[in-house]
Design a protein around this ligand. Structure first.
Ligand SMILES: *Cc1c(COP(=O)(O)O)cnc(C)c1O
Length: 406
């Protein structure tokens, strides 16, 4: 019993490609905000599987949707239409105001489809020269070759060349810089409305609106990567709703399927016409199982009471973090939108975010990092007031422990 985590991890090291460095415990089951490891120890999950489990673990409505569809039909390929895909597309377009949906299996694929449709749209409308894509330093857009090139972290691209060409990188939230980069060859601007992996930096409404205006002025498309910020995470179904503008294309994934792999690209009726039969596709994308689960997830998350909870629990979490930061002289800044929260370590604790996450597990608390200096929290969107307080208590124990063993 006692060594189950360690034994499993030893096997992992023998059989898995070593591209991950998993934590020292192995989760086995989950319910709501709690996870249990192979030895039965419990953890309060403030990471949500990287902002994926928006309804916590084993939500009864999502489990019921999965079971019902699992007993009916899983997959037929896109040679056939399916009712779950139609219903999910109706739900997402109805809630967002976009006209059309394309389904795939991950965030990378949703961004890939967004960039491909932007390139092809400009090719069809304006010719082959209008192909430049502008993204931002420190941004993250996925791990396929196109999306990792669109991302603003050069370390993730190293050694994988030749890379897709005609990509430039601007400074996030810097209107002047973006203005210099956009020109008649710009095909698309791609941005996260909250730069998540890059350290939890929300876009200012002015910056998002300027990106919109510059894209319009130069006949370029504005792509929002809402893979992490979307599906209720920031307190509205999509984050752009809070920024006083509407992008042309939105990429969604992560919380969309509550942990079942599914991604979506949403766009306008006009841009959607770019993808005619044969131009793009996916074998699994839009499969019945994923769509049924995503529909149940989105219905639950889009409820006004869920979104209201995101905002109040987010505020509560930030307030608690500010207090802890003051008491232990720990944080330089708390940044957040809804329940996507980043606590940046102060000067004296630079580079130690991972230490807090590791010790958190010993105390029964799961957290995320966003780079070496930021603790990130992306818990279930239906986390309760007392669960947030429990998380803050566990974090305080974690902080005490880390600070007493420097
Ligand atoms: C996670 C993430 C992706 C990539 O999603 P995958 O499902 O891992 O391919 C892309 N963009 C953003 C903003 C993300 O947070």
């Amino acid at each position: 019993m006692a060594k189950k985590n360690q034994t499993a991890l030893e096997h992992y090291q023998q059989v898995m490609v070593p591209n991950y460095a998993p934590m020292h415990i192995v989760p086995e089951s989950g319910e709501g905000i709690w996870l249990s490891d192979l030895e039965g120890k419990k953890y309060l999950d403030m990471g949500g599987g990287i902002a994926v489990t928006g309804l916590g673990h084993s939500h009864p409505k999502v489990v019921a949707a999965l079971k019902a569809q699992a007993e009916k039909l899983w997959h037929v390929s896109n040679y056939y239409a399916s009712v779950p895909a139609i219903e999910l597309a109706e739900l997402l377009t109805g809630l967002s105001g976009f006209d059309r949906a394309f389904f795939c299996n991950s965030g990378s694929e949703a961004v890939e489809a967004s960039l491909k449709i932007a390139r092809r749209y400009c090719f069809d409308q304006y010719g082959p020269e209008k192909n430049e894509i502008i993204s931002f330093h420190k941004s993250f857009h996925g791990r396929s070759l196109f999306t990792v090139t669109a991302g603003g972290q050069s370390a993730y691209r190293k050694g994988f060349g030749p890379l897709p060409a005609q990509m430039t990188y601007g400074h996030y939230n810097d209107i002047e810089d973006l203005t210099k980069l956009v020109n008649q060859h710009t095909c698309a601007i791609i941005m996260e409305p909250v730069m998540a992996e890059g350290g939890v930096y929300p876009a200012s409404p002015e910056f998002a609106q300027a990106a919109r205006a510059l894209a319009d002025e130069h006949k370029a498309l504005l792509v929002f990567d809402e893979v992490q910020s979307g599906i209720g995470r920031t307190g509205s179904l999509f984050c752009y709703e809070q920024l006083g503008m509407v992008p042309d294309i939105v990429a969604s994934a992560k919380a969309l399927g509550s942990g079942f792999p599914i991604g979506a690209m949403l766009t306008t009726g006009k841009i959607a016409q770019t993808f005619q039969p044969g131009t793009h596709g996916s074998t699994f994308g839009g499969n019945l199982l994923g769509c049924a689960v995503a529909k149940a997830s989105v219905e639950e998350i889009a409820k006004p009471e869920t979104l209201a909870n995101v905002n109040s629990r987010g505020a509560q979490l930030c307030e608690g973090l500010r207090k802890l930061g003051k008491t232990y002289d720990l944080f330089a800044e708390i940044r957040s939108t809804g329940l996507l929260v980043g606590a940046e370590l102060s000067e004296a604790h630079q580079g130690k975010a991972k230490d807090f996450v590791t010790e958190g597990l010993n105390q029964g608390l799961m957290m995320l990092v966003a780079g070496p200096n930021v603790l990130r929290f992306a818990p279930s969107l239906i986390i309760t007031e007392s669960e947030v307080n429990q998380a803050l208590d566990l974090l305080e124990l974690t902080i005490k422990s880390v600070l007493s063993n420097p």
